[in-house]
Design a protein around this ligand. Structure first.
Ligand code: SF4
Length: 290
């Protein structure tokens, strides 16, 4: 495989173009949340997801599942890219600042829901094996960013076991603790019971963190009622002894590609910090990314 032939340009935290390296599945991102180079793996080159979050940044998002993956191509691309970063001049070519010249993680985070991939387990196993052979673990993390809605599937659970083999972690989406809130924000029909079951299963199989996007839309999101429901759900999670490693609060950082884009309002830091304080008081580890 040749060196990426796309025009070189500096990667920034706002440049998340998945085609930047000219590869089908692998793309580099400088992640504010991760604090360095994140090697993204896109399982959804068809821009398909089973949800439609109002803040989603996927262009031409469509409802659906990931297409069958070309595992040989995924493996080729990952080997090539890791070699390019570890032995080649990737960091110089892309003008990364010295403190960003580190692979923070391999993140399965694509243009849709990655666990909808049919050969999900095999894809996870391939990525884990190649990254492990390249010696990037445990210094770099192995992360699956998911909406968590398909954890009941056997293929998803088998993939989570592969992730756990390499001490990876699941970032499980929880944008609202109410069914109405999730309908509004995620356009998802996920019931409370299903949410809890999937969260319980994920955390049993693999280290699990919650990721919550705090934003305002139509005066219906993150109201006092929604905030109390969120804290109440966290109490229930504790009562059910569902192990959550961390709760990551963030807000919209880049424009949504959804019709609601113009009406979305970023949460301010003070609001997020106040929420974080309440969550911390319950004994959870919390991170805030404004
Ligand atoms: S779950 Fe992720 S990919 Fe799917 S619609 Fe929401 S933000 Fe977009």
């Amino acid at each position: 495989m040749k060196s990426p032939n796309t025009p070189l340009q500096a990667l920034t935290t706002t440049n998340h173009d998945r085609d930047i390296a000219g590869l089908k599945y692998i793309y580099p991102v400088i992640s504010r949340r991760a604090g360095g180079l994140s090697i993204g793996v896109n399982f959804n080159p068809n821009n398909a997801c089973n949800w439609r979050c109002i803040y989603c940044q996927v262009p031409n998002l469509q409802r659906g599942a990931a297409p069958a993956m070309d595992l040989a191509l995924l493996e080729d691309e990952l080997r090539f890219f890791l070699n390019y970063v570890q032995q080649g001049d990737f960091f110089e070519q892309y003008q990364l600042a010295p403190d960003q010249r580190v692979i923070k993680d391999i993140a399965i985070s694509g243009n849709g829901e990655p666990t909808s991939l049919e050969n999900f387990e095999q894809a996870l196993a391939s990525i884990g094996k190649i990254a492990d052979a390249a010696g990037i673990f445990p210094a770099s993390h192995f992360v699956l960013i998911t909406n968590g809605s398909l954890v009941h599937q056997a293929s998803t659970q088998a993939g989570l076991m592969q992730l756990a083999r390499y001490h990876g972690e699941v970032w499980f989406k929880l944008d609202s603790a109410t069914e109405q809130g999730r309908k509004l924000i995620n356009n998802s029909a996920q019931s409370q019971q299903k949410l809890l079951e999937n969260l319980k299963t994920a955390s049993r199989l693999c280290s699990t963190k919650l990721q919550t996007c705090v934003l305002h839309f139509d005066e219906q999101t993150w109201t006092q009622h929604e905030k109390q429901a969120y804290l109440q759900l966290l109490r229930l999670i504790q009562e059910q002894q569902i192990k959550i490693e961390k709760i990551m609060l963030y807000t919209i950082a880049r424009p949504s590609f959804q019709p609601e884009a113009a009406d979305l309002i970023k949460a301010d830091l003070a609001e997020m910090n106040a929420l974080a304080t309440d969550i911390e008081a319950m004994g959870f580890d919390v991170g805030v990314s404004g």
